[in-house]
Design a protein around this ligand. Structure first.
Ligand code: ATP
Length: 314
């Protein structure tokens, strides 16, 4: 079995991504951030300025189109949400954030019942699409993904924003291989110094939820929980998934229903690491997904965030 796994790993398809933004050596030694290369927002005042080219994807609340700006020929992604399904804080958060690690929103437009976000177009689609095409990613690529997402989370958390739904389909990849965080449909701005009850955060996708989001009362996510560490937990699951090529917390033969996920997330021992994974990789994932740590430690969940980030940047 071990030999098969090793062979499978060695056969990992060469990823069609360009080399990661941050090479593996920097993953260990933590050099400076790449310079921010934010595009200046063009003047998009009207939906009629945009020509629909194709459909990029469907989400729970709407459709995302690839569009072209009629005057400049610049290409964007247009996310159209029906207002009856408006996610709570998406508009407010998108207008607030500006980071090379977050998918940029150039304009917010309204038409009848539709709320439309003109977004930076991420040419390679989501990390979910990349995984479907490549099955697994090499560790050096996964390290670049982890670093980009952690920088994005550090930025969001610094602005008191809990993303709440970090998963492969919400991490988008551009033509250069940069990975950026998208979709603030269930995000929340945490108020002032007094952290809100994390159970108040709209629920993201079950499979990537941390124990305290899954079961706040049992795992210290209620009063005193801050919700930030849950984003880092989700990243840990994503990172492991990229390396093993499937959702890593339950077996491929198991049905990922609520009960199976609850048992795996809240009660399982540490997930099995791939044989070929480096010590640093195992350490990073272990810090993001500290299964079975004492309950009182979970309430200081910011520790988990700091720990994961420090290990990555040391
Ligand atoms: N800026 C973008 N550039 C390129 N493709 C995009 C962009 N934004 C979204 N997409 C594509 O559209 C899909 C749907 O995105 P959307 O944010 O609406 O929903 P989702 O995150 O997939 O689902 P849900 O909102 O239900 O969690 C994404 O998975 C991605 O493939």
């Amino acid at each position: 079995m071990t030999a098969v796994r090793k062979r499978r790993h060695q056969q990992a398809l060469m990823v069609s991504l360009p080399p990661p933004l941050i090479p593996a050596a920097e993953f260990r030694h933590g050099n400076q951030l790449p310079a921010s290369m934010l595009a200046t927002s063009p003047d998009i005042g009207n939906l009629s300025d945009l020509e629909k080219l194709s459909i990029l994807g469907h989400g729970s609340g709407g459709i995302v189109y690839k569009v072209s700006h009629r005057h400049t020929s610049s290409v964007f992604a247009l996310k159209v949400l029906n207002t009856s399904a408006i996610p709570h804080h998406e508009e407010e958060i998108l207008k607030r954030v500006n980071s090379p690690f977050i998918v940029q929103c150039h304009a917010v437009l309204y038409k009848d019942d539709d709320l439309c976000f003109v977004m930076e177009h991420m040419e390679m689609g989501s990390l979910h699409d990349v995984l479907l095409a490549n099955r697994v990613l090499m560790e050096v690529v996964v390290a670049g993904v982890a670093r980009c997402v952690l920088h994005g989370l550090q930025y969001l958390h610094g602005m008191q924003i809990v993303h709440g739904d970090i998963k492969p389909s919400n991490l988008l990849v551009n033509a250069k291989g940069d990975v950026k965080i998208a979709d603030f449909g269930v995000s929340k701005v945490v108020g002032g110094n007094a952290m809100d009850d994390v159970s108040d955060i709209c629920m993201g996708t079950c499979a990537y939820m941390s124990p305290e989001r899954f079961d706040p009362e049992r795992w210290g996510g209620g009063e005193g929980g801050d919700g930030f560490a849950g984003d880092v937990w989700s990243l840990g699951v994503v990172v492991l998934e990229c390396l093993v090529g499937h959702y890593p917390l339950i077996g491929t033969e198991e049905t990922p229903d609520w009960a199976a996920l609850m048992l795996a997330i809240c009660f399982k021992e540490r997930p099995e690491m791939p044989d070929a994974a480096s010590f640093e990789f195992c350490d990073f994932v272990g810090s993001s997904l500290p299964m079975r740590i004492p309950e009182q430690l979970r309430t200081h969940s910011q520790c988990r965030y700091m720990l994961a980030f420090m290990i990555l940047c040391e």
